[in-house]
Design a protein around this ligand. Sequence first.
Ligand SMILES: [Zn+2]
Length: 481
Amino acid sequence: MPGNARRSAPSAGGELRARAHRSWEDEVLPALVRYTAIPCLSPDFDEGWEAAGHLTEAASLLGAWARSRAVDGLHAEVRARSGRTPLLLVDAPATGGRAGTVLVYGHLDKQPPLGEWRDGLGPFTAVREGDRLYGRGTADDGYALFAAVTAVEILDAAGIPRPRVVVLVEASEESGSPDLPGHLDDVDAELGSPDLVVCLDSGCLGYDRLWLTTSLRGNLLATVSVQVLTEGVHSGSAGGIVPTSFRLLRLLLDRLEDPRTGEIRLRALHADDRPATPQSPPSEWVAREAFPVVPGLELEGGSDDERLVRSAWTPVLAVTGMDGIPAVRDGGNVLRPSTTAKISLRLPPSVDAASATAALESALRADPPSGARVEVHVDNAATGWAAPPIDGWVDEAFTRASDEVFGTPPGSFGEGGTIPFLAMLTERYPGVPLLATGVLGPGSNAHGPNEFLHLPMAEAVTVATARLVEAAGNRSTGAAG
Ligand SMILES: [Zn+2]
C-alpha cells in the first residue's frame, strides 16, 4: 500500500469497524438465530421443499430484516416462481450521487445436518460460544445477507457516499445453483451491468486476515451401480459362486483411483498448470488443526504447503453415499443383489468438466467386471474456476479493509470446494471484477456437524464489503479514494 496518504479520514476505519460490531451484536445476531431455526435445506436434500415452504420462509425472514434497516429507499423482494427456488433481491439506491452498481451474492439454502452434532449443539438451534455462533447455515451462507446489508447501513450511517448495491440471495446453491441462471435472466434488465461483483460464500485459511479466493475446484457427481442378482440370496449358498456387488464396485472405483495413495488414474482429470507452491504464505494454517482428524492419522501430501496446493489443484475421489447396503444392525447373511455408490470427484480449476465426464464414463462403462450389470449416471458436472485478475482499486479496497480490521494485509488461496455460480457470473459479466471471500475457515465445518460462524470474521467481511462498495463508487465518479 502507498501509505496512509490516500485515507480520507484516519478515524473512519475505526468508526466503520465499531458500527459493524454493534450491528452484529444488537441487530444481526437475533435475526440470524431465527434464520438458523428454519430447516431450509437445499432442494437436493429435501424433495418436498416446495410444499414445505422453508426456503420461502427463510427468504421472507431475510427480506423483512433487510427492509427494517436504516437504508433510504431500500427495496427487498422475494421472487418466487413455481418449480423454482425463491430469490431474494435487495436493492439499495446510491447515495451522494455515486454512479454504478455493486452486486453482492449470497445464498440461503442449507446443507442437511450431516452427522452427529456435539452435545448441546444442533443444526437448527443457534448456540453462541464466545466468538462462535454454531448452527447449520450460519456461516454457509446465512451470514451473507446480513453482512451485505449491514455494509450498506454502516456506510450510510457514517455519511460515506456509495453506489447502488444489489444483494442477490439465491436458494439453490447447495444443489449446484440450477435456478440461478433463470433468475439472472429475469432480473437482467433491472440489474444492469454491475461494476463489481462480491461473492460472500467462500472460505479463509485463518481468522487473522481477510482472504481472497483465486480459484475453485470443479466437481463431478455421479452414481455408480453394480447389480449381480435379481434378488438377495443366502450368502452361505451363493458365496464363492456369485461375485459380490461390493467387490465389483471396488474394482470399478480402482479404475478411477489408486486405492493405496488416492492418486486419480484418469489423465484427463489432472491439470497441466498445477503450481508448485501456494500463493500466499499459509500464515498459521495447519492441516492437522484445520480438520478434526483422529490422533495418529497420517495426512496426505508431504507438507502443509503441499497440502494447500493439493487442496486447490489435485483431483480426488470421495464416496459420499451408498445404497443397497443395510445399516450394520440390520445386516444379515445375505448376498445382496446390488451396491450403489454416489461419488464426488473434485477437479482442478483448469480441467473441463465435460472432458472429465467423458473420461469417467468410459472408464466405468468399459468391460463390466464379471459381466455384472453396471449403471453409471452423471448427476452434475461443474467446471472449476480461476479468478479473473483483480483490478488495482479492488485490491486496494480489500487490502485496506484487512489492514483496518486485523492490521495485516489479506491473503489469497485456491479453494478446494466448488461454487458453480462463480463460473456462471464470470461468464455473464465478462471483464467485471469479481471478488470472492468468506468466513469458512478452520473448524467452521460448513458441510459437516458443528458448523459455526466466526463472528469477528463476519464483522471483518462486513467492513470489507463496505470498503469495496465505497471504492466502486469513488472509481465510477472519479472521486479520490
Ligand atoms: Zn455456500
